[in-house]
Design a protein around this ligand. Sequence first.
Ligand code: SF4
Length: 372
Amino acid sequence: MDLDRHDFQVSDLVERLKAEDTRLVALQLPEGLKIQALELMDRIETESAAKVILAADPCFGACDLVHHKMKMMGVELVAHMGHSQMNIDSGMPTHFIPVTYDGDPELAPVIPIIEKHREMALQRLSKEDIVSTHSDLSDEEAKERFLDAVGRVAPLSDVKLGLVGSIQHLHLLETFKERLQSAGFDVKIPTGGERLSFPGQVLGCNYSGDDDDIGHYLFLGSGDFHPIGLVLHTGKPLALLDPYTTEAREISLGFVEGILRQRFGLIMMCQDAQRYGILIGEKPGQMRRSLALRMKRMLESHGKKGYLLALEHVDPELINFYPVDAFVNTACPRIAIDDSVKYDKPLLTPFELEVALGEKKWEHGYQFDEIP
Ligand code: SF4
């Protein structure tokens, strides 16, 4: 990753520090950008009168604000880089800096993939037309035709291309929308709920911009983290274009099936589980106390035991030793999906626990664990 091509918007931050006569500022950076931290601290201290404290603990999102601890240290402002503001109360002044990357990849390599995905969406849409004009279809036949890639009976009203990205690349979306429209695609940049700050933004735990008229997606960003969540949440075909590498590829149905098989396997391993650890995240944007208590009540109603375990960082070394049969995770939804192989015991999402207990049916399709 070429860090010199990121815009950390330090001048704006320095202006604010000067204007507010800030003496102590905390810097919070995601893991991938921490290598740049000391250089940023030098620059801020050289260009302003402020001293800088780096919040050096791991940070994976704007859900993870360090304000309480920094306030105790006398910090006056937190500069949170690489993420955007969420619908949580930070408790102290915060300067969010998205950190953009200047990569602008060619569209051509991804065109054949999104053409194929549009065809898949059109086929699904035409089946829905058949359903609405053929009332003589049996329930089973109708269900078969509405099924998405994660097995849900989900409606589809159009085959628009949903254009989304991770925060570093959102500034490209309007330009890419024009390019894609010139290439013959009907493009929509979806707007999500309160947890998201910008049109087209997706988080690993929130894809609330999805709509019935979007038939397939193009994601601008790197890695599988956001794409996996988007496919599990929407059940729609997804192509990726990486501004760092210029690589174009797709999340294949086979890959999604593999994840679903793994999730179902973990649910089956919990059939005889009696004692569960229920994980509650202590980070402000991950704390789902009510959900955790609901899981505990549900377990008790099935004659099982649930122990509430609150953690700042969920990590195998911190929980593997508890004498329970399985865990259910109410902290960051991606811990169960992406990291479950690291744990000695099954680590389920709340939906998966509901399936394991017979409260919900796997056959009705997978429900991604989203934080609204
Ligand atoms: S809860 Fe997890 S996926 Fe959501 S923003 Fe935080 S770290 Fe990312």
